[in-house]
Design a protein around this ligand. Structure first.
Ligand SMILES: NC(=O)c1ccc[n+]([C@@H]2O[C@H](COP(=O)([O-])OP(=O)(O)OC[C@H]3O[C@@H](n4cnc5c(N)ncnc54)[C@H](OP(=O)(O)O)[C@@H]3O)[C@@H](O)[C@H]2O)c1
Length: 255
């Protein structure tokens, strides 16, 4: 018997990167999966095809996680399609680097609308349909607990996620639903490809792009998205029935 047989899951931002691997893994474990994306329909379609080729079931739904009306629509369409909702993995997120002097109210709005408001309102929308045994996993980051030049907005948005799961846990716990966050370290995706060099001290920009990142990681390598997906799959399974309000670091021993 597969671990997630009979379950229905939404994974936000699952057209590529970590979200894609989470969607694939949940489907592999037997869940019917809603693959959400914002701008990459062809990539979302490719994920659906891969899941179906492996004997799984999935649909793709476009919705921008910075727009509350689209979040509601995503969740109601998923429930109309599959008749229930058991698992939400809120993975969609955007990174941001800018000096204090240069941060604008628009930057704040853009980062917090996806990374904080989006995660809160998709949780609200999904929880309405969940019954006892429901599972919610939000996405924080190692960045919430380390100093990086010009990373203030992103780090603050990811720190907010840990506070949200901590405080939503008792409220959802009354209904038998767990909520946790994962805090990935550097993971080999488009996001890391674009930004790994920015984790290096500005005076060391001539070093290899991810040199500082790796020198501060016990396992001395980036994560593969599959390794983050494995931790999420654990958190949404029955094996994690007594874990709620936690932020699980999956960061290769970042120090
Ligand atoms: N990679 C890392 O090193 C790392 C480390 C710590 C935490 N994280 C967190 O892990 C999560 C996934 O990161 P990743 O590296 O896989 O990112 P990525 O490679 O940039 O992929 C981002 C995914 O999120 C989707 N997305 C972006 N904005 C969206 C929006 N407004 N609404 C709906 N979907 C949206 C994208 O969809 P489209 O393809 O349609 O644009 C894509 O599927 C993020 O929350 C990130 O902050 C990543």
């Amino acid at each position: 018997m597969k671990k997630l047989a009979g379950k229905v899951a939404i994974v936000t931002g699952s057209s590529r990167g970590i979200g894609k691997e989470i969607a694939m893994k949940l489907a592999h474990e037997g869940a019917k999966v809603v693959v959400n994306y914002s701008r990459s329909p062809e990539k979302a379609e490719a994920v659906i095809n891969q899941i179906q080729q492996q004997g799984g079931e999935a649909i793709a739904i476009q919705a921008d996680m910075s727009q509350v009306d689209q979040i509601q629509e995503l969740v109601t369409t998923a429930v109309e399609q599959y008749g229930q909702l058991d698992i939400l993995v809120s993975n969609a997120g955007i990174e941001h680097f800018r000096k204090l002097e240069e941060i604008t109210p628009q930057d704040f709005q853009r980062v917090f609308s996806v990374n904080v408001a989006g995660q809160l309102f998709v949780t609200q929308a999904a929880a309405r349909y969940m019954t006892s045994g429901g599972r919610i996993v939000l996405t924080s980051s190692v960045s919430a607990r380390i100093s990086v030049f010009y990373h203030t907005l992103y780090a603050a948005s990811k720190a907010a996620v840990s506070a949200m799961v901590l405080n939503l846990a008792p409220e959802l716990g009354e209904r038998g639903i767990t909520i946790n966050a994962i805090a990935p370290g550097g993971t080999a995706t488009d996001m890391a490809q674009e930004n790994a060099k920015r984790y290096t001290h500005p005076a060391l920009q001539s070093a290899p792009p991810d040199a500082l990142l790796l020198s501060k990681t016990s396992l001395q390598r980036l994560a593969q998205p599959e390794e983050i997906a494995a931790a999420v799959t654990f958190l949404v399974s029955d094996d994690a029935s007594y874990i709620s309000g936690s932020t699980l670091a999956v960061d290769g021993g970042r120090f």
